[in-house]
Design a protein around this ligand. Sequence first.
Ligand SMILES: [Zn+2]
Length: 139
Amino acid sequence: MNYHGGCQCGAVRYRAEGKRGRASLCFCRMCQKAGGAPFMAFVRFEAARVNWDGEPAVFASSNAVERGFCRECGTPLSYRDVAGPYISLTIHSLDDPSAVQPEISFSSAARPDWCLHLGNLTPLEMDRDEEPGFLSHQR
Ligand SMILES: [Zn+2]
């Protein structure tokens, strides 16, 4: 199976071929910083079987890890242990993120407790005329 994806602006596209590896969530502080979010969601492939159209910028978040992102729009795209044969792609940069569901999680100690209760949040539709999910439900 092939997986296609890319960044928000379209400057970077990728195609991942072959069998995918594990799909995971990571709650570590580096992933939280990299995404500006409570966690990152990744699916792993053999790095040699991922073809890029457009070159991601790379940030070395440690001396063992490189994180790829679009230099134009900032979309986080990948995580790579530079010593290993694999690259992990962000699940939600896939054109069809529903094709992959996380199976494992890392660094749960840094997971906010409220992540266990996402189903309890008040569901609102996005409306361009108001702050998303902020005031309207208090009417
Ligand atoms: Zn982009």
